[in-house]
Design a protein. Sequence first.
Length: 89
Amino acid sequence: MTTLWPLPYAPPRRGMVPSGVLGALLHVLLDAPLYPEMHPFWPWMDNPFYGVITYDFTIGFCLAGYLLAGVFYVALWLQRHSSTGPSRP
């Protein structure tokens, strides 16, 4: 079977909930400096993070993370498909 992303991945069930919670919290912390209507400490209606970093910095940070993840993905793909290394199913 050929897929667009050919690396096999089967996440362990015990890691799904913590990953989801951490992802939600990090998403709030990433958005909080950008939007005054965000309330990261609800029911406290203040946003102490608003304006701490700029929109351009946030976009650059996300883009750098995306590119770094791409580099790691390509490196892992090359490692698994190299002719000299051990092949894994």
